[in-house]
Design a binder for this molecule. Structure first.
Ligand SMILES: NC(=O)c1ccc[n+]([C@@H]2O[C@H](COP(=O)([O-])OP(=O)(O)OC[C@H]3O[C@@H](n4cnc5c(N)ncnc54)[C@H](OP(=O)(O)O)[C@@H]3O)[C@@H](O)[C@H]2O)c1
Length: 248
């Protein structure tokens, strides 16, 4: 398991799904973790209790990251509690699939506000908060960034924007020893997937199209993130790393 002892991580959207698994995994590797959430306080607090019971440090921090000022609040609270930040995992995100004829401005703004604007302003806070020895920003993208599917034009566009931000910031922030990478999950069994009307279609599609023959688990993604957050990955930046069982 990667060694993250002494490091402090912020995981956005960590009250459930992939974010919760990432927070647990980073904590199990020795990091102190800020568990961000927007609405699900009960789930976030119960995750924090589980992490503390395992012997690691954790706090829950409410911040709606679709509003840039809230990112400042998240970092301020984390710095007050832990005194430093070394790792930002930009996981908070929303998905909804609509044909072009059904797309309204609200859908476009909602997905871009959290998936792109939220991620960019959290990254701005991270770059300012990291110490002189740098840090690691890990953006949770999606396979649909590089392989868009029908009815997903807006969601795919948000994740393509995430990957463009990853590549641009990796070059810009490299001289400050800040690593920036994207992880691209395939279909992954989470509360968000379960709530989607197309969940069964996505599961069947994933099993049929995935060389490893199953839907992903949040833990499949968390292990890759923990590696990227560790010193073993300190020579990796600006990369798009697909974690999908081979699903394109
Ligand atoms: N599941 C998949 O198949 C899949 C595949 C590829 C990529 N992804 C990406 O992986 C990430 C996580 O997906 P998931 O399936 O785990 O999602 P999920 O189960 O729906 O959980 C979403 C998380 O994001 C948080 N969140 C939503 N809006 C937020 C906001 N404005 N500010 C702060 N937190 C917010 C939610 O917190 P609250 O509940 O407190 O609002 C929740 O913790 C997303 O970026 C998604 O695009 C997922």
């Amino acid at each position: 398991m990667p060694d993250l002892k002494g490091k402090v991580a912020i995981v956005t959207g960590a009250s459930k799904g992939i974010g919760a698994a990432i927070a647990e995994r980073l904590a199990a590797s020795g990091a102190a973790v800020a568990v961000n959430y927007a609405k699900s306080a009960t789930e976030a607090e119960s995750l924090v209790r589980r992490i503390r019971n395992g012997g690691a440090r954790a706090i829950a921090v409410q911040a709606d990251l679709s509003q840039p000022a809230e990112a400042e609040k998240l970092f301020k609270r984390t710095l007050e509690e832990f005194g430093r930040v070394d790792i930002l995992v930009n996981n908070a995100g929303a998905y909804e699939f609509l044909p072009l004829s059904g797309i309204e401005e609200e859908h476009f703004d909602r997905l871009f506000n959290i998936n792109v604007k939220g991620l960019l302003f959290a990254s701005k806070q991270a770059a300012a908060a990291f110490a002189d020895n740098g840090g690691s920003i890990i953006n949770i993208s999606s396979v649909v960034s590089t392989s868009p599917k029908p009815n997903g034009s807006v969601y795919s566009a948000t994740k393509a924007a995430v990957d463009a931000i990853t590549k641009s910031l990796a070059i810009e922030l490299g001289p400050k020893k800040i690593l920036v990478n994207s992880v691209l999950p395939g279909v992954t069994e989470t509360e968000g997937l379960q709530a989607a009307p197309e969940a069964e279609f996505f599961r069947n599609y994933a099993v049929a199209q995935t060389p490893l023959g199953r839907v992903g688990k949040p833990q499949d993604i968390a292990g890759v993130v923990a590696f990227l957050a560790s010193d073993d990955a300190k020579w990796i930046t600006g990369q798009l790393i697909t974690a999908s069982g081979g699903l394109q």
